[in-house]
Write a protein that binds this ligand. Structure first.
Ligand code: ZN
Length: 150
C-alpha cells in the first residue's frame, strides 16, 4: 500500500517573457547545446519542447529502490516523437530536466529521462522563457531526487 497525502505540493506563478524557436544541427549533443543556448540568453526559468530525430540517445529510469538512475545507451537512429523539459537552477547553474519519447525503426516506442550524450540528427525546438521566482533544485530525502524547493 502507498501512503496517500493531500497537501497539494507547491505552486508559483510565472509570466511568459518570450518564445525562442530554433533548431540544432546534425551531430550536436542535444542537452549541452540547449544549455549553451540558455546560458547565452540568460534563461534559467523555462519550458522546452521539441521534435526531430537522433542518431543515438542515453535514457534513464529512476529506480526508487536503489534511488539511482538505470541508464541505457541506444546507438540507433530514432524519431523524437516528443521531448518535454523544464529549466531551473541547481547549485547556482542552469539545469535542464528533460524527458523524451523516441520511436525506433519498427515503430515501437521507448522513452525516459534524457541524459547526455544524445546525438542530434535533426531537432526543432521551442523554449518558453518565464519570469518569476527562481526555482532551485535541492536534494529531497523522500524521493532521492533533486526537486524544486518550496
Ligand atoms: Zn526525469
Amino acid at each position: 500500500m502507498h501512503t496517500m497525502r493531500q497537501d497539494g505540493g507547491s505552486v508559483k506563478d510565472y509570466k511568459l517573457v518570450n518564445i525562442y524557436q530554433g533548431r540544432l544541427n546534425k551531430d550536436d549533443e542535444l542537452i549541452s547545446s540547449l544549455v549553451n543556448l540558455l546560458k547565452d540568453k540568460n534563461i534559467y526559468l523555462a519550458k522546452i519542447e521539441g521534435i526531430g530525430a537522433v542518431s543515438s540517445a542515453c535514457l534513464g529510469y529512476f529506480d526508487v529502490h536503489s534511488k539511482k538512475y538505470r541508464e541505457i545507451k541506444l546507438d540507433e537512429n530514432m524519431e523524437i516523437v516528443s521531448l518535454l523539459g523544464n529549466v531551473s537552477l541547481k547549485d547556482g547553474n542552469i539545469f535542464t530536466h528533460i524527458h523524451v519519447v523516441l520511436s525506433r525503426e519498427d515503430f515501437s516506442i521507448i522513452g525516459g529521462h534524457l541524459f547526455s550524450p544524445t546525438i542530434v540528427y535533426a531537432f526543432e525546438y521551442q523554449v518558453f522563457h518565464f519570469e518569476g521566482d527562481e526555482l532551485i533544485r535541492i536534494y529531497d530525502e523522500d524521493t532521492g531526487l533533486f526537486l524544486w524547493s518550496r
